[in-house]
Design a protein around this ligand. Structure first.
Ligand SMILES: [Ca+2]
Ligand SMILES: [Ca+2]
Length: 202
């Protein structure tokens, strides 16, 4: 495969983190990093291919209060192309994980097919509510990726469940899911408040 074109500008702000991995499986290690652009108050995700070329995308749902950082890649749907995960924002008890689609020389933020919104999953737990993610690499029950969630129902129990999504091009398409009642916080947190996408560590 020839080198990719150089489409990224010069990263000119603080960095949020970087990882090195062979993101397109061509034998050359690639670098994924994040940097903050003050002019737009936004973080950017930058891919620098090991055999030349680069591309970057603005993380439109990032914020100045939380550093965006890349997490790693996993092939959610087994098509030989990686999906890339990055923390794109964070709250008091929750981190928001965004999903990007990697092509030979492309990096595209995935979107939810129903809303058109950037694909993002909250991960974390508070007493009132919790959420997480399970990927096909850990045996997700409903889709290529499952969103997990639970909310305290006022009696100490938690109403929750899972919603599966299938990868279709650069979209996540909602499919099957289910509902579950958890007896208490610990049971809900163990089942829901996790980022379960090996080999990526959170
Ligand atoms: Ca590579
Ligand atoms: Ca894939």
């Amino acid at each position: 495969m020839p080198p990719c074109p150089s489409l990224a500008g010069a990263a000119a702000g603080p960095t949020g983190g970087s990882i090195t991995l062979d993101a397109n499986g061509n034998g050359y290690d690639d670098t994924v990093s994040t940097w903050f652009e003050g002019a737009s108050d936004s973080w950017w995700l930058l891919m620098e291919w090991g055999n030349g070329g680069s591309i970057e995308v603005m993380i439109t749902d990032s914020s100045p209060v939380a550093a965006a950082r890349p997490l790693g890649v996993v092939d959610l749907n087994g098509d030989g192309r990686y999906e890339l995960f990055a923390v794109v924002d964070a709250g008091a008890s929750t981190q928001i994980v965004g999903v990007f689609e990697l092509g030979d020389c492309t990096l595209t933020r995935m979107t939810f097919s129903d809303s058109g919104a950037p694909a993002a999953f909250p991960v974390g737990a508070s007493i009132g509510s919790m959420s997480g993610v399970a990927c096909s690499s850990s045996g997700s029950a409903f889709g290529d990726i499952d969103a997990l969630f639970a909310t305290e129902d006022g009696t100490g129990m938690y109403d929750g469940g899972a919603q599966g999504y299938t990868v279709s091009g650069t979209q996540l398409v909602p499919g099957f899911g289910d509902g579950t009642v958890f007896a208490d916080f610990d049971e809900a947190a163990n089942a829901v408040a996790r980022f379960d996408c090996p080999p990526i560590s959170f």
